[in-house]
Design a protein. Sequence first.
Lengths: 169, 296
Amino acid sequence: MSSTNTIGKLSAAGLLAIWLFLSGCSSTPPSRFEQAQQASTQRGASAVVRESEQGGQFNKFFPAAEGEYKVVYSQEKKGFAQAKLKQNGKEVAVFTISDTINNPQAKDKFQQSTDKIGGYPAVSSGSKGTAVLAGLFQVKVISKDSSFTEKERESWLSKFDLSGLAALQ
Amino acid sequence: MSKTIFELVDELPTNNITVMTLRALDFVVPGEWNNTVGFVNTIREVSGEEDEDIIQQIGDRAIWLYNDKSQGYQRAMWLYETVDNADSALGAAALANKVGEKIPLLGFLNRLTPNPDKAQSIDLTLKLVVEVLAFCQINGIPGDSIGDFAAALGEEYKGDSLMRMAALICLDGLIPLGPDFLGKVQSTISNLSGGDLERNGTFRGISSLIPGNSTGGKLDFIGNALEGVTGWIGNFVGDRGLNPATIFDHLQGFVEFSDDKLDYVAAFLDMTTNYYEHTGTQTIARSIIERAVGEI
């Protein structure tokens, strides 16, 4: 009886040793992105839902070029459109419009918003961006050059057709 | 199982033959390519954010976007991987035989076969086609939009993407085919038959993604793609005064070869580098991260 126990303990210790050895060999700790990887590869998972607006629908709500500024469209995907603001050929900011149906958490930050742009809630997003929520759609202006300040982000946000966008179904 | 996007970006080499070659081509597009490696590094660089919580949110959303097959990023990655035909064993052997700072090409001559001009012309053109298709997948433009691509080449291409085009022109054009590579490629493609195309392994690999209902239709697309970018390539070479001799000079920083073995330099670089896959991974990572910044 006691010898069986000892064998049992020994083999448990052996298994533990093997496990420790093997896990020691598996070089890196799990990535901080492992959870997103797992969740996004589950059956049926999708980053963009079928019901979201076509990115091409958003283009008409972006500000027009003016003076030395040019607006260059760069990505146009379902639920998302992106344009670059160039000043005399140099990229100074990125404009995006996205359908929050694909990433509803994006709306959370607007709950604490006290500022408004064009009547819509506005918040700063990260250290380089300012965002507005127009209906279901998030509009962002992100600085790409240190000369492009928060004030300019707000000013360019007000040039979007926010009410037109908010009315989009 | 295929690798995750963060593994692909984390595992990009910092110093292999691909990286040495692209560094040697910095003179063509000065300062454009810094070999940004690592998923978090790329997030920091693209977003300019330092806050760990924001970085996590951007990374998580970027991973979701990449993993959604309908968004085209995985197809673009597959295209970039498929068009490179690097022999990693040869690359590793070459690095292992490095004497001091240089790789002696002489030791590898028996393992290299220079590509005949016709095959090389097809290779170069298919790489261009892959760039058009990947660009459309990444940016959400219909797959046959050669005009949008050609416009973006002039306006939007910079960083990893511009370096990829510079390397294409130098390593697959000027070095193997000489200063008149564009003329040679155009004449090869305009005389190409469907049968020639079907015998090409790279074409067979990517043909399902090339617009066109038949080999003939795909050949038309390939011809149009080439025609659409010929002007840009001609200007790129002309504006910089590029020629094989200047490129050889810069490559001699890390490969040792004699002037009668120039054909072999092209074959060596073709087999030991995967610059499309390397810079393509960087382009895709940048694109999903930019989009994630807009969506979080």
